[in-house]
Design a protein around this ligand. Sequence first.
Ligand code: UDP
Length: 378
Amino acid sequence: MKRILTVIGARPQFIKAAALSRAIRESFSERIEELILHTGQHYDTSMSEVFFEELSIPRPDVLLDCGGKSQGKQTALMLDGIEQILTAQQIDAVVVYGDTNSTLAGALAAVKLHIPVVHIEAGLRSFNKSMPEEINRITCDHCSTLLFSPTDTGIANLVREGFSAAIPERCTVDAPGAFRCGDVMYDNSLHFAAIAEEKYRIADFGIGREFALVTIHRPYNADKTDRLKALLDDLSWLASARELDVVLPLHPRTRNQLEKEAPEALEAFKAIPGVKLIEPVSFLEMTFLEKNSRMIITDSGGVQKEAFFFHKPSVVIRTETEWVELVELGAAELSFETGEAMRAAFDRALGKEISEWPSVFGDGNAAAFICEQIDKRL
Ligand code: UDP
């Protein structure tokens, strides 16, 4: 029996962890025991509690309180908290997801104690080191023993950074294994879309016509008041000129900025017919909204991919993406400049005929593959 510690702390990680917990429960409960540590990075109910309940993730065995601090302080507190657990418990591997401070802290704490790190969503690069996420990804990959990349691009990035494409029978931090395994989020989208379709109707969300689903939370969008106001203008245009509902589950970071710095702009935006400004929704609700939307506008890493899973064209409000396949296939368009250019990108997305997109994110069984490798290679 291998005893793993899953370290999570942010919304996308709760969702990703659900896939692995499900695979362990269904097929590996005799070989893998999972403890869950929640760092507290996202701590309010809408960003955390609701995900555990709905996604059937076992309650965290350990809950730290590391939310809402500066990057350095937050990571330091997490490191200390995780290290204490790792020294008190017998743990065979630490599993981390993606690219947050919780990922970084989990990886650093474990590798220094010579405990193998399993990084899920390895190899992704935006090639923009001003994003804290990019620093976290690179550091975490280089501390890892098992690296699971959702895409071929991820593996190519790792090979460029010196990882071997050959996979050792037994892996160590000095002889790591990098696997292309598909995307645990694709596992989840398939699993939860069926449940969501049963549970919700469009009318539950007060939506009366075709709609664009929008999320905005990256600091370079959410923390800049003028930019945020310009984005709201473009979304208002979409609702008025293109007669689409615009559904925006507002991330707390973005809401805080608007409430503090531009309350009139926020009120004016809410008053536009067709604009539905709502609280962050649960993953099931989000899945339902994505599946039933006409198009998706987002700066989220996860949401642009989910748009692809559900064959929705997306406009990604960023200058780069680690999910380059989406852009290469024409599913997503990067668009950063507000005004005319953004509106033209909205129009291009609306004009897209979505036929079949190739399945670049695996077959929906990534989590089971990961469990197999943890069992076999460590
Ligand atoms: N999500 C959600 N509710 C929302 C907004 C997003 O469940 O109101 C989900 C979304 O479907 C995706 C994940 O949260 O799976 C993405 O998280 P986020 O955008 O915070 O982070 P990123 O993917 O950019 O790291």
